[in-house]
Write a protein that binds this ligand. Structure first.
Ligand SMILES: [Zn+2]
Length: 150
């Protein structure tokens, strides 16, 4: 239900677990044991966790605004330092030394111009600042105002 929000919180660099299909009681226990704030649109579930935020908005920009308001001390800066799929911090990608080893999906002219590439140690997916990143920054900026910084 909040999968898109979870991905965006990871774009912002926040350690964000996303769990589905777990009974309420187990979700609340998991959040407690991992010291997490539970974000949910379910009032009953929010009441079970020691630390929770009940979200009212159904769309992503509205949910980002609710989170930003609830945690004014937490940075809301797009970082792209965590895999949006695995929630694992990214590491710098080592460029291949041989031209023939260059992956076809990575735009070489862009990378040669100095744009860094990062890699997920878990799924091996690679990330760099391109048009997709620009759109994500726009979504965050439109949701919370400014240029993605607060
Ligand atoms: Zn990954």
């Amino acid at each position: 239900m909040l999968g898109k929000l979870a991905r965006y919180l990871r774009f912002l660099g926040h350690d964000t677990a996303y769990v589905r299909d777990l009974p309420e009681r187990e979700l609340a226990t998991l959040a407690r044991s991992e010291g997490r704030t539970l974000l949910t649109r379910d009032r009953s579930l929010a009441g079970r966790a020691p630390s929770s935020l009940l979200l009212h908005e159904s769309d992503l920009p509205g949910q980002l605004r609710e989170v930003a308001r609830a945690f004014p001390h937490v940075p809301f800066e797009v970082k792209f330092d965590r895999c949006p799929d695995c929630n694992i911090p990214l590491r710098p990608w080592a460029k291949p030394t041989k031209d023939s080893d260059w992956p076809t999906e990575i735009p070489r002219p862009l990378i040669d111009s100095g744009v860094p590439v990062h890699e997920c140690p878990s799924c091996a997916r690679r990330y760099w600042e391109g048009s997709h990143a620009a759109r994500i920054r726009e979504v965050v900026a439109a949701a919370i105002g400014g240029d993605g910084l607060r």
